[in-house]
Design a protein around this ligand. Sequence first.
Ligand code: TXA
Ligand code: MG
Length: 343
Amino acid sequence: MLAGFLPHQPHVRKITVTVPTTSTTTRILTPTTQHIGEATWALASGELVAFPTETVYGVGADARNGVAVARVFEAKGRPSFNPLIAHVSSFNEAKKAGTFDARAEKLAEAFWPGPLTLIVPCVGEDCPVHELARAGLSTVGLRVPSHPVAQKLLWEFGAPVVAPSANRSGRVSPTSAEHVADDLSGRIEIILDDGRTEVGVESTVIACLPNEPARLLRPGGIPRAEIERVLGEKLLDAAGDLIQSPGMLAQHYAPDAPIRLNATEVANGEAWLGFGAAAPLGGRGVAHLNLSPTGDLAEAAANLFAYLRELDALKPTGIAVASIPGDGLGEAINDRLRRAAAR
Ligand code: TXA
Ligand code: MG
């Protein structure tokens, strides 16, 4: 199966890049034209810049620069076999890095700019995305974000920027500049602060690879049904335990407090994370937050990571989470909650 998935890549090469470990001063900047210019220079010099996208904040590096890419892994403390998404300003730029078949082209036309990542074969030797960022794979993950700050930065930089979510590996993704600073202060040079992100969960990741049905590798900001409608076919799920999307490791979005799913009651030391109108039964809980009192899944997605962080910071004995419907954006929300609960 793996051979079928990666036709020209029977094994993954081990790549090593040595990076000096130094602590750096992190500047938090408003996204003025001048500051975006400074951020562009920082990227060009191999520095790390966190920036808002419509999904979550990403920690960006010049995708062509292996040492800069290595610094991203180092800053996040991320297992280095995990490939990163390369962000570009337009579909045209994406075509310089990846080969788009008819399906991938349809999806790019329909959803870019927006919260969709496409995994496609990379163009080959000339691929501007460093092989370390691709974890040695012959495929590349590409996305054109719609957030105006991300757009401006990418246009000005003029080359792909790899940007995983700007959190320490295994922690909840950041939906504000403060979250980024909590996790990465002293490890990256600049944070462009443009307030809360809109979507709140990461992009949907779809693989369109030769001789393979299109697969949903990670549910995210665009619901499965919308993608299937454009494709005109059903999406398959990720095949078995392939490493093609190691970001899907079971325990990936973990707060410190244990998470209890589909809860209807809250115990005394626990925090309650609700959804919809129903109030929890039982004890009083140390704190109550509601992802969306009206039961709106888009609002719940936007609040998810911020509320998990907020409740976790109170050091409760656990976080009891109400059940959340699995349709539409609910698939991505439930996926992140299951991962947060795994330990
Ligand atoms: O919304 C998002 O996608 C955010 C913002 C910052 O753009 N980024 C993000 O990146 O979530 P990251 O690195 O945390 O997640 C990237 C996902 C992982 O599941 C990774 O394994 C998968 O994309 N991925 C990237 N390149 C891949 C490739 N060549 N093959 C398979 N999976 C790939
Ligand atoms: Mg992440």
